[in-house]
Ligand binder design. Structure first.
Ligand code: COA
Length: 158
């Protein structure tokens, strides 16, 4: 399935706040999204221009990018929304100077780990007890993808 994806602007801060609140225990305010979106090296994308289903925010610096946050609303999960968002960002990064895309994910977040692995991210490090979790603490797994190695975007879009 393909999804309608648009580049985000400050008008999307409220939508991002709502999607983020439904996905994470640690809440980010609308103001924090406004502040991030105002930064020239932060870019975001929204899936579903009329009925927002999910979003991703990234930061770029020199030849590196990092995922700041990614969330898909509960009713829209397992429909390829996150995959479409990441493939859209990869296409955008391939046209920029970015070579390495990094992210951090809690080691108990099986859904996100499976998502990133399915798109070719691999573990590049760990931070012990990095996140607070319902079970106490969770390690952060650092994952990285070399952007130029990804050459079959259209083949992988469903
Ligand atoms: C992780 C998250 C973004 C995935 O979004 P999604 O739109 O449901 O993911 P997709 O439908 O694009 O899934 C693509 C692939 O990822 C893997 N995947 C996604 N969710 C999964 C789950 N719950 N269990 C196992 N694998 C999963 C599968 O390989 C899936 O392909 P398939 O459906 O053909 O098997 C979503 O669950 C979410 O918002 N979670 C809460 C916030 C979060 O954890 N964000 C990431 C922080 S690093």
């Amino acid at each position: 399935m393909t999804h309608d994806i648009v580049q985000a602007g400050i008008a999307h801060a409220g939508v991002m706040e709502a999607l983020h609140r439904d996905s994470f225990e640690a809440r980010w305010s609308k103001q924090s999204f406004l502040d991030l979106l105002a930064q020239s090296n932060v870019n975001g994308w929204i899936a579903g221009s009329t009925a927002p289903m999910g979003f991703v925010l990234i930061r770029t610096a020199a030849d590196e990018a990092e995922v700041l946050t990614l969330a898909v609303g509960m009713p829209y999960r397992r429909q390829g929304v996150a995959q479409s968002l990441i493939l859209c960002v990869l296409k955008w990064l391939k046209e920029s100077a970015v070579e390495f895309w990094h992210l951090e994910v809690a080691d108990d977040n099986d859904a996100a780990i499976a998502l990133y692995q399915s798109l070719g991210f691999s573990e590049s490090g760990r931070r012990a007890k990095y996140y607070l979790s319902p079970n106490g603490h969770a390690d952060a797994i650092l994952m990285t993808k070399q952007v130029s190695n990804f050459s079959s975007i259209s083949d992988r879009t469903r």
